[in-house]
Ligand binder design. Structure first.
Ligand code: ADP
Length: 480
C-alpha cells in the first residue's frame, strides 16, 4: 500500500521496489570488499546502538562506482534487503528527459516520498546523467537545476532522518565535485569486474538458482574462459546455458550447455557453412594452427579447433588451454612471444604452402595484424631486441604498446626507421620459421584438415594423435 501511495504521489515516475524479490548479500558474489564496506550502512539501520558506539559518522550518501553490470544495483538492493528497509530506485536519466523545471520538482517529490517511507534506501542509478560538472560551455540549465535540487535535498536531511541515498555511476571523473563533498556522497565504494575466484562464485550463485551438474561443470575452466566478464555477463551466460539445456529437453545444466552458451555469447549464432572450396581453406588454416600449437614447446596444449563459422566471427578458430598462472601474472617470456608469432602466422603460411604465393588470401588478415602487435610488444614496449634496445620509442608514461603520435613527433627519423625495420625483421623471421614448420608437418596438417572437413570441430586429443602419426620427427623431438 505504501508503494502504491508513493507511486501516486510521484505521478508516473517509475519506482522499483524490492518486494518482487528481496536481495541479500549472499546473492552478490565476487565483490567481498564492497560488501564489507557496505555492512556499515546495514548496521546503521539494524544496530543503531552498535553503530553509534563504534563512533562511525552517520552515512548520508554512498556512491557506487564501477563499470556497467558489475552488480552496483544488486548491491544497493542487498543493502536494503539486509537492513529490511524500503528500497526506492530511480534512474537519474529520467529527470533530464523532462521539461524545464520539472526535474527539480521531481527530485523534491522523490525525497519527500523517501522521507515519508523512512527508514528507506533511495537508489539513484546513472547519477552521472544529472551529476556532471555544472556550467561550462555546454551547460545545461535543466540538468544544473536538477543537480542543485539534489544537493539541497541531501543537505536538508537531519541527522535523524533514516534515509540513505545510494547512487551508481560508471564514471566518477565527470561528477561535479560538489556531489562528493562531506555530508553528500561522502562514501565511495568501488566495484570492478570480478577476478578469477570472483567469477567462480558468481557463476555458482546463478547456477544454484537452477539444477546443474555440479560434478561435470568445471567452474575453474569456465572462469579462465571468461576473463574481464562482468557479473551481468556471467549471469547472462548461465541463462543461455539454461536455454540450451531446455532445447535438449533437459532440466539439468551440463558443461556442454555452458560451453555452447559461451560460444554463442561470444561469437554469435552459427551461420550457414561456406562452399567446400572455402571450407577447405579454413580447415587448412586451423589445421596448421592447431598442429603448430601442439608442436611449439612454450605454447599451451590445444583444446579444440573448429571451422564452424559464426555471424559475428565468420572464420574458424583454434583454442589453447588457459592457465591461471598466465592470467594472474600477464608475464610472457620472449620465447613465448616468438612462438606465439609463429602460431598466429601459421594460417597464412599454410595458405602459401597449399596455394602458392599467388593464392594467399585476406582470410588471415586479423592474424597478421596480431603478429604485428606481438612484434611491436617485443621491439617497442619491452626493448627485447638489440637493434632498437632501450631507446625512447613509446610515450614514457603510457602503456608503451604502440609507437604513438606523441613519440613520432619527437624521435629522430633514423630511430623510427630502425624500429620499423626491426619490427619487420622480427615478423619476417617468424613467418619464415612458421612456413618451414608448416611445410615439414604438412602431412599432419592435411590429416587434421581432413578431419575438420568431416566433423567441423576436433578436440585436442584428436589433433595430438594425428601429429604423433604424421608429424615431422625433427619437430616432434623438439617437443620432448
Ligand atoms: P550495475 O548496476 O552495476 O550495472 P546490476 O546490479 O544491474 O549491475 O547487475 C545486473 C545483473 O547481473 C544482476 O541482477 C545479477 O543478476 C548479475 N550480477 C552482476 N554482478 C553480480 C555479482 N557480483 N554477483 C551476482 N550477480 C551479479
Amino acid at each position: 500500500r505504501r508503494i502504491r501511495e508513493a507511486q501516486r504521489q510521484l505521478r508516473g515516475v517509475k519506482l522499483q521496489y524490492s518486494d518482487e524479490e528481496t536481495i541479500f548479500f549472499d546473492d552478490v558474489a565476487g565483490i567481498g570488499d564492497a560488501k564489507f564496506e557496505l555492512q556499515e550502512v546495514v548496521d546503521f539501520f539494524t544496530r543503531p546502538a552498535r553503530f553509534k558506539a563504534s563512533g562511525s559518522k552517520v552515512p548520508r550518501g554512498v556512491l557506487l562506482c564501477g563499470p556497467p553490470g558489475t552488480g552496483k544495483t544488486l548491491l544497493a538492493r542487498a543493502v536494503a534487503g539486509e537492513a529490511g528497509e524500503a528500497f526506492l530506485s530511480i534512474n537519474a536519466s529520467e529527470f533530464v528527459e523532462m521539461f524545464v523545471g520539472v526535474g527539480a520538482a521531481r527530485v523534491r517529490d522523490l525525497f519527500s516520498t523517501a522521507r515519508s517511507m523512512a527508514p528507506a534506501i533511495l537508489f539513484v542509478d546513472e547519477i552521472d546523467s544529472v551529476g556532471r560538472t555544472r556550467g561550462g560551455a555546454q551547460g545545461n540549465d535543466e540538468r544544473d537545476q536538477t543537480l542543485n535540487q539534489l544537493l539541497t535535498e541531501m543537505d536538508g536531511f537531519s541527522t535523524e532522518a533514516q534515509v540513505i541515498v545510494m547512487a551508481a555511476s560508471n564514471r566518477k571523473d565527470v561528477l561535479d565535485s560538489a556531489l562528493i563533498r562531506p555530508g553528500r556522497f561522502d562514501r565511495i565504494v568501488y566495484v570492478d569486474v570480478p577476478d578469477f575466484h570472483g567469477r567462480i562464485d558468481i557463476l555458482r550463485v546463478h547456477l544454484d538458482r537452477r539444477e546443474w551438474d555440479a560434478a561435470g561443470i568445471d567452474l575453474h575452466a569456465l572462469s579462465l574462459e571468461t576473463r574481464n566478464y562482468s557479473g551481468a555477463r556471467l549471469a547472462n551466460l548461465v541463462n543461455m546455458a539454461a536455454t540450451a539445456a531446455g532445447q535438449r529437453a533437459h532440466s539439468v545444466i551440463t558443461m556442454e550447455d555452458m560451453e555452447r552458451a559461451l560460444e554463442l555469447e561470444r561469437l554469435g549464432p552459427t551461420r550457414s557453412p561456406y562452399s567446400d572450396v572455402a571450407r577447405r581453406r579454413l580447415a587448412l588454416v586451423e589445421g596448421a594452427t592447431s598442429v603448430l600449437a601442439t608442436l611449439l614447446p612454450a605454447i599451451e596444449p590445444v583444446t579444440k579447433a573448429t571451422i564452424v563459422v559464426r555471424e559475428t566471427y565468420p572464420l574458424g578458430h583454434t583454442v589453447v588451454e588457459n592457465s591461471e598462472q598466465r592470467e594472474l601474472t600477464h608475464v610472457y617470456t620472449r620465447r613465448y612471444l616468438e612462438e606465439q608469432m609463429l602460431l598466429v602466422l601459421a594460417g597464412r603460411a599454410a595458405e602459401e604452402a597449399a596455394y602458392g604465393a599467388e593464392g594467399m588470401s585476406t582470410l588471415c588478415q586479423r592474424r597478421v595484424a596480431m603478429a604485428r602487435r606481438i612484434a611491436n610488444k617485443m621491439v617497442v614496449s619491452n626493448a627485447m631486441t638489440s637493434a632498437v634496445g632501450p631507446r625512447l620509442v613509446a610515450h614514457p608514461d603510457g602503456p608503451g604498446d604502440e609507437m604513438d603520435l606523441f613519440v613520432t613527433r619527437f624521435i629522430p627519423v633514423d630511430v623510427a626507421e630502425t624500429v620499423d625495420r626491426t619490427i619487420s625483421e622480427v615478423m619476417t623471421r617468424a613467418y619464415t620459421a612458421s612456413l618451414a614448420m608448416v611445410r615439414r608437418n604438412f602431412a599432419a596438417i592435411e590429416a587434421v584438415a581432413d578431419l575438420l572437413m568431416e566433423k567441423n570441430t576436433v578436440n585436442g586429443d584428436e589433433v595430438r594423435r594425428l601429429v604423433l602419426k604424421h608429424g615431422c620427427a625433427e619437430d616432434l623431438a623438439f617437443r620432448e
